[in-house]
Design a protein around this ligand. Sequence first.
Ligand code: FES
Ligand code: FES
Length: 170
Amino acid sequence: MRVTITVNGSAETVDDVWEGESLLYALRERMGLPGSKNACEQGECGSCTVYLDGVPVCSCLVAVGQAQGRDVRTVEGLTEGPPGDAGEARLDPVQQAFVDAGAVQCGFCTPGLIVASHDLVERNPEPSDAEIREALAGNLCRCTGYEKILDAVRLAAARKRTAGGKAVRS
Ligand code: FES
Ligand code: FES
């Protein structure tokens, strides 16, 4: 089976898709996009989270055939604009907030957490701690204890409000 998907704004075609092949496998092994991580392959950890038609999903649970003709955005696709003068990626504010807050240790959970957090602050630029915890409930981290992750989401949301011209509460 041949499948064509729009991935991070570009049409990607994969041939000889096998029965049961996941979107996660196709992204990582066929399209050269290893940002989405494969930790459990059972929908339990969220490390493989991507946007599918604008909705975060566990890509390990989506058959690549289900993505035919649809729009996928991965953690790689969240970077903003072309590389800088030194060739460095221009990180999305949520990505930058994870770096600045020290929310990354082994990093295995990070791509999924960033996509889930990105979705949250897009929908709700002033989330309460309870709303952050609820939004990230499907994303497991074995390293950080979550406090730095909460800091990162708070920071990303605050920066988004500032960028939008709204005063940030101290
Ligand atoms: S690898 Fe998909 S949820 Fe864990
Ligand atoms: S940083 Fe290691 S699993 Fe989250």
